[in-house]
Design a protein around this ligand. Sequence first.
Ligand SMILES: Nc1nc2c(c(=O)[nH]1)N[C@H]1C(S)=C(S)[C@@H](COP(=O)(O)O)O[C@H]1N2
Ligand SMILES: [Mo]
Length: 248
Amino acid sequence: MILTRRQALVTAAGGLLAGCDRVASSDIGQRVLSSAEDGHRILQRGLTDRTALAPEFRADQRSPFFRPNGTRNPNTPDYNASAANRFADWRVRIDGLVRRPLDLSLADLRAMPARTQITRHDCVEGWSAIGKWTGPRLKPILEFAGLRDDARYLVFHCADVLGGRPYYESIDLIDAFHPQTILAWMLNDRLLGVPNGAPVRLRVERQLGYKHAKYVQRIEAVASLDGVFGGKGGYWEDVAGYEWYAGI
Ligand SMILES: Nc1nc2c(c(=O)[nH]1)N[C@H]1C(S)=C(S)[C@@H](COP(=O)(O)O)O[C@H]1N2
Ligand SMILES: [Mo]
């Protein structure tokens, strides 16, 4: 049987391809825990079950309007050109410490098995909204790309620039492999709109709002956050001292 690369990926995303690179979550937990980290993170892990699900809600509990925050439109020439073309040329590149770098189109992402979840988004600025998100889980995509043993974090590179700095965020492998961590391309049963991160944004439901990177163009696996932008693991972490670990 001859599979195209895209079919192989779609199949792998469904968990059916036996030959793909599997990473057991217990390995990941050990790898992350054995790394040198500050006491706060280790304490946090000791006190909470990082793999527990965030609460999910009923359809009628959704907010009538999902308030956008931060960048509402990246408004760069490249983004505007892509938006004008309904993001047909948008790519999410998976690279860094992976054995098989991927270049995923929106068609690829939409062809993968999707998870739908109705969750509450909590912004540190003091508002929340409940929305229904749909998109493929990050885990099988990472398994298909084949994370290398030295990969510890994923850096999400976004298309928007705020005050001269590109927006970015990062998460560890526990959140990356969490069942509710998805690359959402739909909000409330419609294609994700520009204000909320079109064409694709991260949902990482056990974390506060600023971790949910919008306008995702590249997911880079790294061993350390030290050399990445300001070194604190995210835009707001770098510019305003927000906590890198924003678990809820
Ligand atoms: N690329 C990008 N992602 C981002 C932001 C941003 O400004 N740019 N803002 C963050 C913040 S603070 C919040 S609360 C949420 C807001 O998501 P929403 O616009 O869908 O409400 O996106 C997060 N992700
Ligand atoms: Mo936020």
